[in-house]
Design a protein around this ligand. Structure first.
Ligand SMILES: [Zn+2]
Length: 481
């Protein structure tokens, strides 16, 4: 071939692929393992040592299940789609909410209300229209997990609930695939690869090996309760995508856990993982033998017999609902009744037990901020001659605060009694001092019963449903966050 014909060929190769004849394409697919345009599209990563053409071919044949299309799942999916992973499974049963858009970067105002799996799929196809994407809007549970995830060679845990973490780990062990697990909260993140091949016949630990006992569900906060910086989910999600690519291209993988904190210096720490636990119910000796038996007998392999939700201490509390569930008769006040009292010019000691940062976002005009910890440290300092109403965002912490104040009231009375004092005649109750809002279902008579007789102390109540209820029931212009 002379120089001239080389140049002529270069003019149509490979960017003008659409102008090539079908015959040329077929010839190319015999000559090259990737479609011509992929050499240009993925060239920046293919030229990396250890990645190469084979790395790209491996990615194009890989299938990755991404469970959770939220703060972690979005960056993971974005990078894996852009990198040319052959098949992506997106598993998410949730729909897009406006509070997601601060960090879940594949979703947008246009897809509000749409299932996240479908919203993410749409966004990914805009990046890479040739992707094979399975979008599943069904929640992954123990009965369906193995059949939904069997087709994938790698599982990425991008969820934020503990039972699903255990379930996905058990699925990964059962199917014999690695699990890349990410977590992010506040300014912290964590990344770990479980069940990773470490050598001939040896695999690294599973999630259960490292965390045999689940945390108490009431101590596990979600992003909604604890907050999270969008970029932090981006950092961890991006790291998960990098780990997935390293595994699929065979570049490298060591069993470490990476911990990130945006304010620490240095921000990253790596912890070497211990080996598998012999007694692990998922990857230990007995479980491995059980699966080998199932296979030998031609049976379907099964997950460990675990009720994942019960194992993790029951369902995750719905704090908004919990905050609305009425407590003791006469110990709680509805938003409409508080409004009525304030409108009637009553003096009310409103204590807001959120932290100062949340208090500074928005609060009731006449409220004062006493963070729950401060209040619990010395509740008697916050008792008042006026009725006290304790509030917070959803009406849960306020119950704890109000209980502590009432306990302090009782202790005060006991102390008074020991000193030989008669109960004060002018017991203050709210009886007759305000009518409940129409249809609010409130029991103003009940208010005065709380802890009476009270001496020169007003009754203590908490606001049902917290400030969110205030926004819904009293003042729709009061911001919710
Ligand atoms: Zn294990």
């Amino acid at each position: 071939m002379d120089t001239e014909s080389l140049q002529a060929h270069d003019n149509v190769h490979p960017l003008r692929q659409e102008e090539e004849s079908k015959g040329d394409r077929e010839k190319d697919s015999e000559t090259y393992p990737l479609p011509l345009e992929d050499y240009k599209r993925y060239g920046r990563q293919m030229i990396l040592d250890g990645f190469g053409l084979q790395g790209q071919v491996n990615l194009s044949h890989a299938s990755i299940a991404v469970v959770g299309a939220g703060g972690l799942g979005c960056p993971v999916l974005q990078y894996l789609a852009a990198a040319g992973v052959g098949k992506l499974g997106i598993f998410d049963a949730d729909t897009v909410d406006i509070s997601n858009l601060q960090r879940q970067i594949l979703h947008s105002e246009v897809t509000l209300g749409m299932p996240k799996a479908l919203s993410a799929k749409e966004a990914l196809l805009r990046i890479n229209s040739r992707l094979n994407i399975e979008a599943v809007t069904e929640a992954i549970t123990a009965p369906n997990a193995l059949s939904l995830l069997r087709a994938y060679s790698l599982i990425l845990d991008c969820t934020d609930n503990v039972p699903t973490r255990y379930l996905l780990s058990d699925v990964a062990v059962t199917l014999g695939v690695p699990l890349v697990s990410g977590a992010a909260q506040r300014l912290d993140g964590q990344l770990c690869v479980y069940n990773m091949v470490q050598g001939e016949g040896v695999r690294g630990p599973c999630y259960r090996c490292i965390f045999p006992t689940p945390p108490n569900p009431t101590t596990v906060g979600s992003c909604e309760e604890l907050g999270v910086l969008g970029g932090v989910t981006g950092v961890i999600g991006s790291l998960q995508a990098v780990e997935a690519v390293k595994i699929l291209t065979g570049m490298d993988q060591r069993p470490t856990m990476t911990i990130y904190n945006a304010l620490s210096f240095p921000p990253f720490r790596s912890i070497r993982l211990r080996p598998r636990r012999e007694a692990c119910i998922a990857c230990g000796k007995d479980a491995t033998e059980r699966r080998a038996r199932e296979r030998a007998e031609g049976l379907e392999v099964t997950l460990p017999a675990v009720d994942y939700v019960q194992f993790c201490g029951g369902p995750t509390p719905d704090w908004e609902r919990e905050g609305q569930v009425s407590g003791q008769e006469g110990e709680r006040m509805r938003a409409g009744d508080l409004k009525q009292l304030l409108d009637n010019g009553e003096q009310v000691n409103i204590i807001d037990v959120r932290n100062p940062t949340e208090f500074s976002i928005v609060h009731l005009p006449s409220s004062r901020n006493v963070p729950l910890k401060t209040l619990l440290a010395s509740p008697s300092s916050y008792l008042s001659a006026h009725p006290t109403v304790v509030t917070c965002r959803l009406g849960n912490d306020s119950k704890i605060g109000a209980d502590a104040l009432r306990k302090a009231l009782v202790e005060e009375r006991v102390t008074d009694g020991l000193a030989g004092e008669e109960p004060k005649a002018a017991e203050r109750t709210l009886e007759g001092k305000g009518r409940p809002a129409e249809g609010s279902g409130a029991d103003v008579e009940g208010i005065g019963q709380a802890g009476a007789p009270l001496g020169e102390r007003g009754p203590v109540m908490d606001l049902v449903g917290g400030l969110r209820a205030w926004s819904f029931q009293v003042d729709s212009t009061f911001p919710q966050y």
